[in-house]
Write a protein that binds this ligand. Structure first.
Ligand code: HAM
Length: 422
């Protein structure tokens, strides 16, 4: 027997009927983003490795442990994108998109890659929908970005989640906090590895999952208490804007985003029905990223939403059940019996589809019984059987599957009959 294959460990894949739900989530996010004047950017799936080491940051788990890095045939080091922001900024700089109207507003969606230990809601290939607004530093723009995610979650019916926000401050705030935090950490007994992390970025220690370190960090000075007056004002403007949009939020001064580029507003959407992998999306402002990647010194803000986790969150709230997804999707299924009917069905189905209906027909040489079974399995809303009699009389019975009701329709008026049947 020849070898059979399995998808690599930890990759997410979606096929019908679940993929319909996946598409629906993306379409909602796209429409809401387009309505706020964000437009699509289609990015490469792999980039120069240094874009991520410099952009995402050397102190992050993403860069130190999780990148899929390889050498191409020309000896260049490339990495499968672990996130989207660095690539968006690279593209803005490379193509001079920041020389036009600011902010540059872009959205993207697709597969991202992190070599994490797979578990429910944590994949090695996962899917994100993201937006970035680059070139204007305005807390009301921060509120817009958050409101797009919030509107999408509302449109999808999600309820059991919380928006957490904080401010990571500007350079002045962070420098002041860093001095106090380092003082605090120096007085603790830390192992060598933790000390090395402190040296790279002391804020990372807030993200340490070990119980003793968490306890130790309970007494650590918080960045939110060191905000400069400018950062404080911006943060309160953001909060006022969220309140005026009726978006509930909770302040979480201990939030540590997993990527190094964040400054100012930072936020996360945390779902309560997902266990350990509860972050369904997150983002924030990044002041120095563009400059560090060789561009102008422009600020940006954006989010990345985890589509895999949004699907799990919707399942956990009973918002869709995989077994329900196919129901009612197909408006019409035609069952042709015999060669002339098969030929007629080919053009009839084409007309119905052009009129905007979702339609399919029985292909292959099937018995009436077999074809009706197929229609049933596909959960078609209406079925039309086409045989010799129907062809000669130009009339057929359109059967509504929900209650078995049948109406006789002429084949020329099938479209209007369908309109009234649905
Ligand atoms: P992030 O927080 O690293 O941010 O990822 C955003 C979201 O992607 C997470 O909240 C989570 O839902 C999902 N996600 C991350 N890793 C995995 C995984 N291994 N499996 C499944 N889902 C995952 C960013 O990526 C930033 N680029 C967001 C951003 C845009 N910030 C500013 N602009």
């Amino acid at each position: 027997m020849s070898k059979s294959f399995q998808a690599p460990k930890g990759v997410a894949e979606y096929f019908p009927p679940q993929s319909n739900q996946f598409e629906l989530i993306i379409r909602k996010l796209e429409n809401i983003s387009l309505a706020a004047n964000y437009h699509l950017i289609e990015l490469p799936v792999f980039e120069d490795t240094e874009l991520f080491t410099r952009g995402v940051g050397e102190s992050t788990d993403v860069v130190t442990k999780e990148m899929y890095t390889f050498e191409d045939r020309g000896g260049r080091s490339l990495t499968l994108r672990p996130e989207g922001t660095a690539g968006v900024i690279r593209s803005i700089i490379e193509h001079g998109l920041d020389r036009g109207q600011l902010p540059v507003k872009l959205y993207y969606r697709g597969a991202f890659f992190r070599a994490e230990r797979p578990q429910a809601g944590r994949h090695r290939q996962f899917y994100q929908f993201g937006i970035e607004a680059v070139g204007v530093d305005d807390p009301y723009l921060d509120a817009e970005v958050i409101s797009i995610a919030y509107s999408a979650f509302s449109a999808l019916g999600l309820k059991n989640y919380e928006l957490q926000i904080t401010s990571l401050g500007d350079e002045i705030s962070r420098a002041a906090h860093r001095i106090e935090l380092l003082k605090y950490l120096e007085a603790q007994s830390l192992d060598d590895e933790t000390r090395a992390r402190v040296a790279k970025n002391p804020l990372r220690i807030f993200d340490d999952k070990r119980e003793n370190i968490r306890e130790m960090m309970m007494g650590a000075p918080l960045l939110i208490d060191f905000l400069s007056s400018e950062s404080k004002t911006k943060f309160s403007q953001l909060k006022s804007a969220l309140a005026s949009l009726s978006i509930p939020f909770k302040e979480n001064p201990r939030m540590v985003r997993g990527l190094d580029y964040y400054t100012g507003s930072a936020f996360e959407f945390v779902h309560h029905g997902l266990g350990a992998q509860s972050g369904i999306g997150g983002g924030g402002r990044y002041d120095g990223l563009m400059k560090s990647l060789g561009g102008q010194d422009l600020s940006g803000i954006g989010f990345g939403l985890g589509l895999d986790r949004i699907m799990l969150a919707m399942q956990s709230e009973g918002l869709f059940k995989v077994e329900d997804l196919a129901n009612g999707y197909l408006d019409l299924f035609i069952v042709p019996i015999g060669e002339p009917a098969r030929l007629k069905a080919v053009s009839l189905i084409d007309e119905v589809r052009r009129a905007g209906f979702v339609a399919d027909m029985g292909y292959g040489d099937r018995s009436l019984k077999g074809a009706m079974k197929a229609a049933d399995k596909l959960a078609a809303r209406n079925v039309l059987v086409l045989g010799e009699n129907e062809l000669s009389s130009n009339k057929a019975a359109l059967k509504r599957m929900s209650d078995g009701n049948e109406v006789s329709v002429t084949l020329d008026s099938l479209i209007s009959a369908l309109k009234s049947a649905l």
